[in-house]
Design a protein around this ligand. Structure first.
Ligand SMILES: Cc1cc2nc3c(=O)[nH]c(=O)nc-3n(C[C@H](O)[C@H](O)[C@H](O)COP(=O)(O)OP(=O)(O)OC[C@H]3O[C@@H](n4cnc5c(N)ncnc54)[C@H](O)[C@@H]3O)c2cc1C
Length: 536
Protein backbone atom coordinates (compact mmCIF):
# COMPACT_ATOMS: atom_id res chain seq x y z
CA UNK A 1 0.00 0.00 0.00
CA UNK A 2 1.11 3.57 -0.71
CA UNK A 3 2.90 4.81 2.45
CA UNK A 4 0.94 8.03 2.30
CA UNK A 5 -2.14 6.16 3.57
CA UNK A 6 -0.27 5.06 6.73
CA UNK A 7 1.68 8.17 7.76
CA UNK A 8 -0.01 10.58 10.21
CA UNK A 9 -0.28 14.04 8.69
CA UNK A 10 -1.62 15.77 11.80
CA UNK A 11 -0.85 13.43 14.69
CA UNK A 12 -2.79 13.69 17.94
CA UNK A 13 -1.35 16.15 20.48
CA UNK A 14 -2.90 17.06 23.80
CA UNK A 15 -4.53 20.48 23.67
CA UNK A 16 -4.73 22.89 26.65
CA UNK A 17 -8.53 22.85 26.00
CA UNK A 18 -8.54 19.33 27.46
CA UNK A 19 -7.34 20.60 30.86
CA UNK A 20 -9.74 23.45 31.60
CA UNK A 21 -12.61 23.31 34.10
CA UNK A 22 -14.98 25.19 31.77
CA UNK A 23 -15.04 24.64 28.01
CA UNK A 24 -12.89 27.04 25.96
CA UNK A 25 -14.88 29.08 23.38
CA UNK A 26 -13.39 29.47 19.86
CA UNK A 27 -14.61 31.78 17.12
CA UNK A 28 -14.98 28.98 14.57
CA UNK A 29 -14.63 25.22 14.81
CA UNK A 30 -14.49 23.17 11.63
CA UNK A 31 -15.48 19.50 11.89
CA UNK A 32 -13.58 17.46 9.29
CA UNK A 33 -10.13 17.91 7.73
CA UNK A 34 -11.10 16.84 4.22
CA UNK A 35 -10.50 19.22 1.29
CA UNK A 36 -13.52 21.31 2.26
CA UNK A 37 -12.80 21.70 5.99
CA UNK A 38 -9.15 22.51 5.31
CA UNK A 39 -9.92 25.17 2.69
CA UNK A 40 -12.49 26.78 4.99
CA UNK A 41 -9.98 26.88 7.84
CA UNK A 42 -7.20 28.33 5.65
CA UNK A 43 -9.56 30.98 4.27
CA UNK A 44 -10.70 32.08 7.74
CA UNK A 45 -7.20 32.05 9.23
CA UNK A 46 -5.90 34.17 6.34
CA UNK A 47 -8.56 36.72 7.29
CA UNK A 48 -7.44 36.63 10.94
CA UNK A 49 -10.41 34.60 12.23
CA UNK A 50 -9.39 32.06 14.90
CA UNK A 51 -10.23 28.54 13.73
CA UNK A 52 -9.77 25.02 15.09
CA UNK A 53 -10.17 21.97 12.83
CA UNK A 54 -11.21 18.70 14.51
CA UNK A 55 -10.81 15.42 12.64
CA UNK A 56 -11.44 11.89 13.86
CA UNK A 57 -8.50 10.69 11.75
CA UNK A 58 -4.87 11.87 11.48
CA UNK A 59 -4.07 10.88 7.89
CA UNK A 60 -5.01 11.75 4.32
CA UNK A 61 -8.27 10.26 3.09
CA UNK A 62 -8.04 6.63 2.16
CA UNK A 63 -8.25 5.09 -1.32
CA UNK A 64 -9.38 6.43 -4.69
CA UNK A 65 -11.30 9.64 -4.39
CA UNK A 66 -11.22 12.99 -6.20
CA UNK A 67 -8.65 13.57 -8.94
CA UNK A 68 -9.98 16.34 -11.22
CA UNK A 69 -9.77 19.89 -9.90
CA UNK A 70 -11.26 22.66 -11.98
CA UNK A 71 -10.00 26.05 -13.05
CA UNK A 72 -12.33 27.78 -10.56
CA UNK A 73 -10.94 25.65 -7.72
CA UNK A 74 -7.41 26.58 -8.81
CA UNK A 75 -8.39 30.27 -8.85
CA UNK A 76 -9.66 29.89 -5.28
CA UNK A 77 -6.56 27.92 -4.31
CA UNK A 78 -4.40 30.79 -5.64
CA UNK A 79 -6.10 33.10 -3.17
CA UNK A 80 -5.43 30.59 -0.39
CA UNK A 81 -1.73 30.24 -1.26
CA UNK A 82 -2.12 26.67 -2.57
CA UNK A 83 -2.63 27.21 -6.31
CA UNK A 84 1.03 26.87 -7.34
CA UNK A 85 1.72 23.53 -5.63
CA UNK A 86 -1.56 22.17 -7.03
CA UNK A 87 -0.78 23.25 -10.58
CA UNK A 88 2.86 22.13 -10.30
CA UNK A 89 2.15 18.71 -8.76
CA UNK A 90 -0.96 18.01 -10.81
CA UNK A 91 -1.27 16.86 -14.42
CA UNK A 92 -2.69 19.79 -16.37
CA UNK A 93 -5.23 19.01 -19.08
CA UNK A 94 -7.99 20.55 -21.16
CA UNK A 95 -8.70 18.08 -23.98
CA UNK A 96 -10.56 14.80 -24.17
CA UNK A 97 -11.67 12.07 -26.53
CA UNK A 98 -14.95 10.18 -26.67
CA UNK A 99 -15.05 6.63 -28.04
CA UNK A 100 -18.04 4.52 -29.01
CA UNK A 101 -17.51 0.79 -29.47
CA UNK A 102 -14.02 0.69 -31.05
CA UNK A 103 -14.15 4.12 -32.74
CA UNK A 104 -13.16 7.60 -31.65
CA UNK A 105 -16.31 9.64 -32.31
CA UNK A 106 -14.95 13.05 -31.41
CA UNK A 107 -12.47 15.18 -29.46
CA UNK A 108 -13.13 18.19 -27.29
CA UNK A 109 -11.19 21.11 -25.84
CA UNK A 110 -12.51 22.61 -22.60
CA UNK A 111 -10.52 25.79 -23.08
CA UNK A 112 -10.65 26.74 -26.75
CA UNK A 113 -10.20 30.39 -25.75
CA UNK A 114 -6.88 31.21 -24.10
CA UNK A 115 -5.88 33.95 -21.66
CA UNK A 116 -6.35 32.36 -18.22
CA UNK A 117 -3.67 31.98 -15.57
CA UNK A 118 -4.89 28.47 -14.70
CA UNK A 119 -5.49 25.42 -16.90
CA UNK A 120 -9.00 24.01 -17.42
CA UNK A 121 -8.24 21.18 -14.98
CA UNK A 122 -5.46 19.54 -13.04
CA UNK A 123 -5.53 15.88 -12.09
CA UNK A 124 -4.21 15.43 -8.60
CA UNK A 125 -4.92 12.61 -6.17
CA UNK A 126 -7.12 13.84 -3.32
CA UNK A 127 -4.43 12.72 -0.88
CA UNK A 128 -1.91 15.06 -2.58
CA UNK A 129 -4.40 17.92 -2.34
CA UNK A 130 -4.90 17.23 1.36
CA UNK A 131 -1.11 17.20 1.88
CA UNK A 132 -0.81 20.56 0.10
CA UNK A 133 -3.58 22.01 2.26
CA UNK A 134 -2.02 20.74 5.49
CA UNK A 135 1.34 22.21 4.38
CA UNK A 136 -0.45 25.53 3.97
CA UNK A 137 -1.94 25.20 7.47
CA UNK A 138 1.59 24.62 8.81
CA UNK A 139 2.94 27.63 6.91
CA UNK A 140 0.16 29.84 8.29
CA UNK A 141 0.89 28.58 11.82
CA UNK A 142 4.56 29.47 11.33
CA UNK A 143 3.46 33.00 10.42
CA UNK A 144 1.39 33.16 13.63
CA UNK A 145 -2.02 32.85 11.97
CA UNK A 146 -4.77 31.66 14.37
CA UNK A 147 -5.26 28.14 12.95
CA UNK A 148 -5.01 24.75 14.61
CA UNK A 149 -5.66 21.22 13.42
CA UNK A 150 -6.35 18.43 15.92
CA UNK A 151 -6.02 14.84 14.75
CA UNK A 152 -7.92 11.98 16.41
CA UNK A 153 -10.45 14.42 17.83
CA UNK A 154 -13.80 12.82 17.08
CA UNK A 155 -16.90 14.93 17.58
CA UNK A 156 -19.35 12.75 19.50
CA UNK A 157 -22.11 15.15 20.50
CA UNK A 158 -23.29 18.64 19.57
CA UNK A 159 -25.50 21.04 21.50
CA UNK A 160 -26.80 24.07 19.63
CA UNK A 161 -27.60 27.38 21.35
CA UNK A 162 -28.67 30.81 20.07
CA UNK A 163 -25.18 32.27 20.27
CA UNK A 164 -22.84 29.26 20.27
CA UNK A 165 -22.39 25.55 19.73
CA UNK A 166 -21.09 23.08 22.33
CA UNK A 167 -19.16 19.98 21.30
CA UNK A 168 -18.17 16.81 23.07
CA UNK A 169 -14.95 15.50 21.57
CA UNK A 170 -13.42 12.04 22.04
CA UNK A 171 -9.61 11.71 21.95
CA UNK A 172 -7.09 8.92 22.67
CA UNK A 173 -6.79 10.46 26.16
CA UNK A 174 -10.49 10.70 26.86
CA UNK A 175 -13.29 13.18 26.13
CA UNK A 176 -13.41 16.96 26.55
CA UNK A 177 -15.89 19.74 25.85
CA UNK A 178 -15.25 22.77 23.71
CA UNK A 179 -17.42 25.60 22.34
CA UNK A 180 -17.55 27.72 19.19
CA UNK A 181 -19.40 30.85 18.15
CA UNK A 182 -19.80 29.18 14.74
CA UNK A 183 -19.44 25.60 13.55
CA UNK A 184 -18.63 24.57 10.00
CA UNK A 185 -19.73 20.98 9.45
CA UNK A 186 -17.55 19.56 6.68
CA UNK A 187 -17.58 16.03 8.01
CA UNK A 188 -18.36 14.28 4.75
CA UNK A 189 -21.21 12.39 3.13
CA UNK A 190 -22.14 10.47 6.28
CA UNK A 191 -21.91 13.68 8.34
CA UNK A 192 -22.27 12.80 12.03
CA UNK A 193 -23.13 16.48 12.61
CA UNK A 194 -26.11 16.19 10.28
CA UNK A 195 -27.20 13.01 12.04
CA UNK A 196 -26.71 14.47 15.54
CA UNK A 197 -28.86 17.46 14.61
CA UNK A 198 -31.51 15.11 13.18
CA UNK A 199 -31.47 16.74 9.73
CA UNK A 200 -32.64 15.19 6.46
CA UNK A 201 -30.64 14.51 3.32
CA UNK A 202 -32.93 13.78 0.37
CA UNK A 203 -32.21 12.63 -3.15
CA UNK A 204 -31.79 9.81 -5.57
CA UNK A 205 -29.64 6.68 -5.31
CA UNK A 206 -28.31 5.37 -8.64
CA UNK A 207 -28.39 1.65 -9.14
CA UNK A 208 -25.02 1.01 -10.69
CA UNK A 209 -21.56 -0.08 -9.61
CA UNK A 210 -18.26 1.29 -10.83
CA UNK A 211 -14.89 -0.34 -10.42
CA UNK A 212 -12.19 2.21 -9.70
CA UNK A 213 -8.64 1.08 -10.20
CA UNK A 214 -5.66 3.34 -9.64
CA UNK A 215 -2.79 1.64 -11.43
CA UNK A 216 0.89 2.52 -11.58
CA UNK A 217 2.33 2.09 -15.07
CA UNK A 218 4.65 3.69 -17.60
CA UNK A 219 2.32 4.62 -20.45
CA UNK A 220 2.35 7.16 -23.20
CA UNK A 221 -1.36 8.00 -23.38
CA UNK A 222 -1.69 11.81 -23.53
CA UNK A 223 -2.85 13.94 -20.56
CA UNK A 224 -6.46 13.90 -21.73
CA UNK A 225 -9.80 12.62 -20.51
CA UNK A 226 -10.72 9.49 -22.48
CA UNK A 227 -14.25 8.15 -22.18
CA UNK A 228 -15.63 5.01 -23.83
CA UNK A 229 -19.27 4.08 -24.40
CA UNK A 230 -19.83 0.35 -24.91
CA UNK A 231 -16.18 -0.52 -25.62
CA UNK A 232 -15.15 -4.02 -26.75
CA UNK A 233 -13.27 -4.50 -23.44
CA UNK A 234 -16.34 -3.68 -21.29
CA UNK A 235 -19.36 -4.56 -23.42
CA UNK A 236 -22.61 -2.76 -22.70
CA UNK A 237 -20.93 -0.54 -20.12
CA UNK A 238 -18.66 2.55 -20.01
CA UNK A 239 -15.01 3.25 -19.14
CA UNK A 240 -12.86 6.25 -18.27
CA UNK A 241 -9.11 6.85 -18.26
CA UNK A 242 -7.28 9.74 -16.58
CA UNK A 243 -3.63 10.44 -15.96
CA UNK A 244 -2.51 11.41 -12.46
CA UNK A 245 0.91 12.41 -11.09
CA UNK A 246 3.51 9.75 -10.13
CA UNK A 247 2.62 7.54 -13.15
CA UNK A 248 -0.69 6.66 -11.55
CA UNK A 249 -3.64 6.18 -13.91
CA UNK A 250 -7.30 6.26 -12.87
CA UNK A 251 -9.40 3.64 -14.62
CA UNK A 252 -13.10 3.62 -14.03
CA UNK A 253 -15.13 0.67 -15.35
CA UNK A 254 -18.90 0.50 -15.13
CA UNK A 255 -20.00 -2.93 -13.91
CA UNK A 256 -23.79 -2.83 -13.74
CA UNK A 257 -26.04 -3.29 -10.71
CA UNK A 258 -26.33 -6.99 -10.06
CA UNK A 259 -22.75 -7.98 -9.17
CA UNK A 260 -20.85 -9.61 -6.33
CA UNK A 261 -18.76 -6.67 -5.13
CA UNK A 262 -16.26 -8.61 -3.06
CA UNK A 263 -15.61 -10.97 -5.96
CA UNK A 264 -15.20 -8.13 -8.50
CA UNK A 265 -12.60 -6.43 -6.31
CA UNK A 266 -10.27 -9.42 -6.16
CA UNK A 267 -7.05 -8.91 -8.18
CA UNK A 268 -7.65 -12.15 -10.13
CA UNK A 269 -10.83 -10.56 -11.49
CA UNK A 270 -9.62 -6.97 -11.80
CA UNK A 271 -6.37 -7.69 -13.64
CA UNK A 272 -7.98 -9.45 -16.66
CA UNK A 273 -10.42 -6.56 -17.04
CA UNK A 274 -7.54 -4.07 -17.07
CA UNK A 275 -5.48 -6.16 -19.48
CA UNK A 276 -8.44 -6.32 -21.85
CA UNK A 277 -8.48 -2.51 -21.82
CA UNK A 278 -4.75 -1.71 -21.77
CA UNK A 279 -3.34 -4.65 -23.71
CA UNK A 280 -2.01 -8.04 -22.57
CA UNK A 281 1.62 -6.92 -22.54
CA UNK A 282 1.23 -3.70 -20.57
CA UNK A 283 2.83 -3.94 -17.14
CA UNK A 284 1.13 -2.27 -14.20
CA UNK A 285 0.71 -2.46 -10.44
CA UNK A 286 -2.56 -1.95 -8.62
CA UNK A 287 -2.32 0.97 -6.20
CA UNK A 288 -5.92 0.84 -5.08
CA UNK A 289 -9.14 -0.88 -6.14
CA UNK A 290 -12.61 -0.04 -4.94
CA UNK A 291 -16.20 -0.32 -6.07
CA UNK A 292 -18.51 2.59 -5.61
CA UNK A 293 -22.14 3.40 -6.08
CA UNK A 294 -23.37 6.94 -5.76
CA UNK A 295 -26.20 9.20 -4.80
CA UNK A 296 -27.33 12.67 -5.78
CA UNK A 297 -28.83 14.48 -2.81
CA UNK A 298 -28.67 17.59 -0.70
CA UNK A 299 -29.86 19.08 2.55
CA UNK A 300 -32.83 21.38 2.33
CA UNK A 301 -30.74 24.29 3.63
CA UNK A 302 -27.07 24.59 4.54
CA UNK A 303 -27.42 26.94 7.53
CA UNK A 304 -28.97 25.73 10.75
CA UNK A 305 -28.53 28.55 13.27
CA UNK A 306 -24.87 28.60 14.21
CA UNK A 307 -24.04 25.46 12.21
CA UNK A 308 -23.04 25.84 8.56
CA UNK A 309 -22.82 22.74 6.37
CA UNK A 310 -20.33 22.65 3.49
CA UNK A 311 -19.10 20.03 1.00
CA UNK A 312 -20.29 16.41 1.00
CA UNK A 313 -22.06 16.87 4.33
CA UNK A 314 -24.44 19.29 2.56
CA UNK A 315 -24.67 17.77 -0.91
CA UNK A 316 -23.51 14.78 -2.94
CA UNK A 317 -23.34 14.26 -6.68
CA UNK A 318 -22.26 11.49 -9.01
CA UNK A 319 -18.55 11.66 -9.85
CA UNK A 320 -19.31 12.28 -13.57
CA UNK A 321 -18.31 15.90 -13.98
CA UNK A 322 -15.93 16.16 -11.00
CA UNK A 323 -18.37 18.27 -9.07
CA UNK A 324 -17.98 16.92 -5.50
CA UNK A 325 -14.84 18.43 -4.01
CA UNK A 326 -14.84 21.28 -6.54
CA UNK A 327 -18.28 22.44 -5.43
CA UNK A 328 -17.41 21.90 -1.76
CA UNK A 329 -14.40 24.18 -2.10
CA UNK A 330 -16.64 26.72 -3.84
CA UNK A 331 -19.00 26.49 -0.83
CA UNK A 332 -16.20 27.67 1.44
CA UNK A 333 -15.27 30.45 -0.99
CA UNK A 334 -18.85 31.70 -0.73
CA UNK A 335 -19.07 31.23 3.03
CA UNK A 336 -15.85 32.52 4.56
CA UNK A 337 -15.96 36.21 3.57
CA UNK A 338 -19.56 36.37 4.75
CA UNK A 339 -18.72 34.74 8.07
CA UNK A 340 -15.82 37.16 8.55
CA UNK A 341 -18.12 40.18 8.02
CA UNK A 342 -20.71 38.73 10.43
CA UNK A 343 -18.06 37.96 13.08
CA UNK A 344 -16.68 41.52 12.75
CA UNK A 345 -20.20 42.92 13.18
CA UNK A 346 -20.09 44.54 9.72
CA UNK A 347 -22.94 42.51 8.28
CA UNK A 348 -26.12 41.00 9.75
CA UNK A 349 -26.35 37.25 10.42
CA UNK A 350 -28.89 37.18 7.59
CA UNK A 351 -25.96 37.38 5.18
CA UNK A 352 -25.27 33.75 6.09
CA UNK A 353 -28.70 32.75 4.81
CA UNK A 354 -27.53 33.95 1.41
CA UNK A 355 -24.70 31.40 1.73
CA UNK A 356 -27.33 28.70 2.00
CA UNK A 357 -29.48 30.07 -0.83
CA UNK A 358 -26.60 30.59 -3.28
CA UNK A 359 -24.96 27.27 -2.58
CA UNK A 360 -28.26 25.35 -2.62
CA UNK A 361 -28.70 26.83 -6.12
CA UNK A 362 -25.20 25.61 -7.03
CA UNK A 363 -25.90 22.16 -5.55
CA UNK A 364 -29.11 21.89 -7.58
CA UNK A 365 -27.23 22.85 -10.74
CA UNK A 366 -24.54 20.26 -9.99
CA UNK A 367 -27.08 17.56 -9.20
CA UNK A 368 -29.04 18.29 -12.39
CA UNK A 369 -25.92 18.27 -14.56
CA UNK A 370 -24.45 15.12 -13.05
CA UNK A 371 -27.82 13.31 -13.09
CA UNK A 372 -28.20 14.07 -16.81
CA UNK A 373 -24.70 12.71 -17.43
CA UNK A 374 -25.47 9.59 -15.43
CA UNK A 375 -28.71 9.02 -17.33
CA UNK A 376 -26.85 9.33 -20.65
CA UNK A 377 -23.99 7.08 -19.54
CA UNK A 378 -26.29 4.45 -18.01
CA UNK A 379 -29.56 4.54 -19.99
CA UNK A 380 -32.48 3.28 -17.92
CA UNK A 381 -34.50 1.67 -20.76
CA UNK A 382 -33.86 -0.02 -24.08
CA UNK A 383 -35.40 2.96 -25.90
CA UNK A 384 -33.06 5.41 -24.10
CA UNK A 385 -30.11 3.23 -25.01
CA UNK A 386 -31.11 3.16 -28.70
CA UNK A 387 -31.44 6.94 -28.74
CA UNK A 388 -28.14 7.36 -26.92
CA UNK A 389 -26.33 5.09 -29.35
CA UNK A 390 -27.84 6.93 -32.32
CA UNK A 391 -26.52 10.24 -30.95
CA UNK A 392 -23.06 8.68 -30.51
CA UNK A 393 -23.11 7.32 -34.06
CA UNK A 394 -24.13 10.68 -35.50
CA UNK A 395 -21.56 12.59 -33.46
CA UNK A 396 -18.73 10.94 -35.41
CA UNK A 397 -19.68 12.81 -38.58
CA UNK A 398 -22.09 15.56 -37.59
CA UNK A 399 -21.19 18.58 -35.47
CA UNK A 400 -24.83 19.13 -34.38
CA UNK A 401 -24.95 15.81 -32.50
CA UNK A 402 -21.83 16.46 -30.38
CA UNK A 403 -23.39 18.78 -27.80
CA UNK A 404 -25.91 15.99 -27.11
CA UNK A 405 -23.17 13.55 -26.11
CA UNK A 406 -22.89 13.65 -22.35
CA UNK A 407 -19.92 11.79 -20.90
CA UNK A 408 -19.95 14.12 -17.89
CA UNK A 409 -20.35 17.91 -18.11
CA UNK A 410 -17.32 19.01 -16.16
CA UNK A 411 -17.47 21.24 -13.09
CA UNK A 412 -18.01 24.93 -13.76
CA UNK A 413 -18.81 27.69 -11.25
CA UNK A 414 -22.46 28.51 -10.64
CA UNK A 415 -23.84 31.92 -11.65
CA UNK A 416 -26.02 33.03 -8.73
CA UNK A 417 -28.87 34.17 -10.95
CA UNK A 418 -31.50 36.09 -9.03
CA UNK A 419 -29.40 36.24 -5.85
CA UNK A 420 -30.60 38.77 -3.28
CA UNK A 421 -26.97 39.97 -3.11
CA UNK A 422 -26.89 41.00 -6.78
CA UNK A 423 -28.19 44.27 -8.25
CA UNK A 424 -30.10 44.49 -11.52
CA UNK A 425 -27.83 44.41 -14.55
CA UNK A 426 -27.24 47.96 -15.82
CA UNK A 427 -24.64 47.27 -18.49
CA UNK A 428 -25.14 46.03 -22.01
CA UNK A 429 -22.18 43.70 -21.44
CA UNK A 430 -21.20 40.08 -21.96
CA UNK A 431 -23.35 37.35 -20.37
CA UNK A 432 -20.38 35.62 -18.75
CA UNK A 433 -19.86 38.59 -16.42
CA UNK A 434 -23.49 39.32 -15.56
CA UNK A 435 -24.34 39.91 -11.87
CA UNK A 436 -23.97 36.65 -9.94
CA UNK A 437 -21.28 35.19 -12.19
CA UNK A 438 -17.76 34.20 -11.12
CA UNK A 439 -15.31 36.62 -12.74
CA UNK A 440 -13.37 34.97 -15.53
CA UNK A 441 -9.65 35.61 -15.57
CA UNK A 442 -7.96 37.74 -18.24
CA UNK A 443 -4.36 38.68 -18.95
CA UNK A 444 -3.14 42.13 -17.83
CA UNK A 445 0.28 42.66 -19.37
CA UNK A 446 2.57 40.11 -17.69
CA UNK A 447 0.01 39.52 -14.96
CA UNK A 448 -3.57 38.31 -14.62
CA UNK A 449 -6.76 39.94 -13.43
CA UNK A 450 -8.09 37.50 -10.83
CA UNK A 451 -5.35 37.84 -8.17
CA UNK A 452 -6.11 41.58 -8.14
CA UNK A 453 -9.75 40.92 -7.27
CA UNK A 454 -9.24 38.41 -4.48
CA UNK A 455 -10.49 38.64 -0.90
CA UNK A 456 -11.98 42.15 -0.91
CA UNK A 457 -14.69 44.26 -2.51
CA UNK A 458 -13.37 45.81 -5.72
CA UNK A 459 -14.67 48.48 -8.07
CA UNK A 460 -13.24 47.39 -11.39
CA UNK A 461 -13.43 50.31 -13.80
CA UNK A 462 -12.72 50.06 -17.50
CA UNK A 463 -12.44 53.50 -19.11
CA UNK A 464 -14.73 54.95 -16.47
CA UNK A 465 -14.31 57.42 -13.62
CA UNK A 466 -14.93 56.39 -10.00
CA UNK A 467 -13.48 57.30 -6.59
CA UNK A 468 -10.41 55.41 -5.33
CA UNK A 469 -12.50 54.04 -2.46
CA UNK A 470 -16.17 53.60 -1.74
CA UNK A 471 -17.05 52.98 1.89
CA UNK A 472 -20.51 51.84 2.87
CA UNK A 473 -21.50 50.59 6.35
CA UNK A 474 -17.87 50.10 7.40
CA UNK A 475 -17.00 48.03 4.32
CA UNK A 476 -14.66 49.37 1.67
CA UNK A 477 -14.51 48.70 -2.04
CA UNK A 478 -11.19 49.72 -3.59
CA UNK A 479 -10.86 50.73 -7.20
CA UNK A 480 -8.92 48.80 -9.84
CA UNK A 481 -8.75 51.19 -12.81
CA UNK A 482 -8.07 49.81 -16.28
CA UNK A 483 -8.10 51.63 -19.58
CA UNK A 484 -8.37 50.58 -23.20
CA UNK A 485 -5.14 52.37 -24.00
CA UNK A 486 -2.93 50.76 -21.34
CA UNK A 487 -4.42 47.50 -20.19
CA UNK A 488 -7.14 46.28 -22.42
CA UNK A 489 -6.30 42.91 -23.87
CA UNK A 490 -8.63 41.25 -26.32
CA UNK A 491 -9.72 38.76 -23.66
CA UNK A 492 -10.48 41.47 -21.11
CA UNK A 493 -12.53 43.36 -23.67
CA UNK A 494 -14.44 40.27 -24.75
CA UNK A 495 -15.11 39.12 -21.18
CA UNK A 496 -15.84 42.43 -19.44
CA UNK A 497 -16.81 45.06 -22.02
CA UNK A 498 -18.43 43.39 -25.01
CA UNK A 499 -20.15 46.12 -27.00
CA UNK A 500 -20.05 48.65 -24.16
CA UNK A 501 -17.63 51.61 -24.29
CA UNK A 502 -17.00 51.65 -20.55
CA UNK A 503 -17.87 49.53 -17.54
CA UNK A 504 -17.77 49.54 -13.75
CA UNK A 505 -18.08 46.26 -11.89
CA UNK A 506 -18.64 45.83 -8.15
CA UNK A 507 -16.94 42.54 -7.35
CA UNK A 508 -17.40 40.56 -4.13
CA UNK A 509 -14.48 39.10 -2.14
CA UNK A 510 -15.24 35.67 -3.70
CA UNK A 511 -14.76 37.21 -7.18
CA UNK A 512 -18.45 37.02 -8.08
CA UNK A 513 -20.01 40.07 -9.75
CA UNK A 514 -22.41 41.95 -7.45
CA UNK A 515 -23.34 44.80 -9.83
CA UNK A 516 -22.26 46.46 -13.07
CA UNK A 517 -23.05 49.70 -14.90
CA UNK A 518 -21.48 51.73 -17.66
CA UNK A 519 -20.73 54.79 -15.48
CA UNK A 520 -20.30 55.54 -11.78
CA UNK A 521 -23.48 56.50 -9.98
CA UNK A 522 -22.69 56.81 -6.32
CA UNK A 523 -26.14 56.00 -4.95
CA UNK A 524 -26.50 52.97 -7.17
CA UNK A 525 -23.14 51.55 -6.09
CA UNK A 526 -23.79 52.33 -2.40
CA UNK A 527 -27.07 50.44 -2.67
CA UNK A 528 -25.25 47.60 -4.46
CA UNK A 529 -22.75 47.41 -1.56
CA UNK A 530 -25.61 47.23 0.95
CA UNK A 531 -27.31 44.49 -1.05
CA UNK A 532 -24.09 42.51 -1.46
CA UNK A 533 -23.59 42.51 2.31
CA UNK A 534 -27.13 41.46 3.19
CA UNK A 535 -28.28 44.88 4.38
CA UNK A 536 -31.03 45.38 1.81
C1 LIG B 1 -14.44 7.59 -6.81
C2 LIG B 1 -14.60 9.04 -6.54
C3 LIG B 1 -14.11 9.96 -7.44
C4 LIG B 1 -14.26 11.32 -7.21
N1 LIG B 1 -13.76 12.21 -8.10
C5 LIG B 1 -13.89 13.52 -7.86
C6 LIG B 1 -13.26 14.46 -8.73
O1 LIG B 1 -12.56 14.09 -9.67
N2 LIG B 1 -13.41 15.78 -8.46
C7 LIG B 1 -14.15 16.22 -7.38
O2 LIG B 1 -14.28 17.44 -7.21
N3 LIG B 1 -14.72 15.34 -6.53
C8 LIG B 1 -14.60 14.02 -6.73
N4 LIG B 1 -15.10 13.13 -5.83
C9 LIG B 1 -15.82 13.62 -4.63
C10 LIG B 1 -14.86 14.04 -3.50
O3 LIG B 1 -14.04 12.96 -3.12
C11 LIG B 1 -15.67 14.54 -2.31
O4 LIG B 1 -16.62 15.45 -2.78
C12 LIG B 1 -14.79 15.23 -1.27
O5 LIG B 1 -13.97 14.33 -0.58
C13 LIG B 1 -15.66 15.95 -0.23
O6 LIG B 1 -14.82 16.59 0.67
P1 LIG B 1 -15.31 16.92 2.14
O7 LIG B 1 -14.17 17.64 2.79
O8 LIG B 1 -16.65 17.55 2.10
O9 LIG B 1 -15.55 15.51 2.85
P2 LIG B 1 -14.52 14.34 3.16
O10 LIG B 1 -13.39 14.36 2.21
O11 LIG B 1 -15.32 13.10 3.26
O12 LIG B 1 -13.93 14.72 4.59
C14 LIG B 1 -14.70 14.60 5.76
C15 LIG B 1 -13.75 14.58 6.97
O13 LIG B 1 -14.54 14.59 8.16
C16 LIG B 1 -13.96 13.70 9.10
N5 LIG B 1 -14.99 13.32 10.07
C17 LIG B 1 -16.09 12.55 9.86
N6 LIG B 1 -16.77 12.41 11.01
C18 LIG B 1 -16.10 13.09 11.96
C19 LIG B 1 -16.31 13.31 13.34
N7 LIG B 1 -17.35 12.79 14.01
N8 LIG B 1 -15.44 14.08 14.02
C20 LIG B 1 -14.37 14.63 13.40
N9 LIG B 1 -14.12 14.44 12.08
C21 LIG B 1 -14.97 13.68 11.38
C22 LIG B 1 -13.45 12.55 8.22
O14 LIG B 1 -12.44 11.80 8.86
C23 LIG B 1 -12.90 13.31 7.01
O15 LIG B 1 -11.55 13.66 7.20
C24 LIG B 1 -14.94 11.76 -6.04
C25 LIG B 1 -15.43 10.83 -5.12
C26 LIG B 1 -15.26 9.48 -5.36
C27 LIG B 1 -15.76 8.48 -4.37
Amino acid sequence: MNKIFETPLYAYERSPDQDTATPVRHKVIVVGAGPVGLTAAIDLAQQGVGVVVLDDNDKVSFGSRAICFSQRTLDIADRLGCGNPMAETGVQWEAGKVFFDDRKVYEFDLLPEKGFSNPAFVNLQQYHLEEILVDRVRALQAEGAPIEIRGRNKVEAIGTHDDHVKLEVETPEGPYNVEADWLIASDGAHSPTRRMLGLDFDGRIFEDNFLIADVVMEADFPSERWFWFDPPFNRGQSALLHKQPDNVWRIDLQLGWDIDKEREKRPENVIPRLKAMLGEDVEFELEWVSIYTFQCRRMEKFRHGRVLFAGDSAHQVSPFGARGANSGIQDTDNLCWKLKLVIDGKAPELLLDSYSRERVQAADENITMSTRSTDFITPKSEMSRLLRDAVLDLSEKYEFARPLVNSGRLSAPCTYKGSSLSSADALNGPDITCPGSACPDAPLGDEFLLPKLAGKFTLLTIDAEAPERLEEGGIQATRLALSVKDDLTLELKRRYLGDADSAIYLIRPDQHVAARRDTFEENAFRQAMRRATGKE
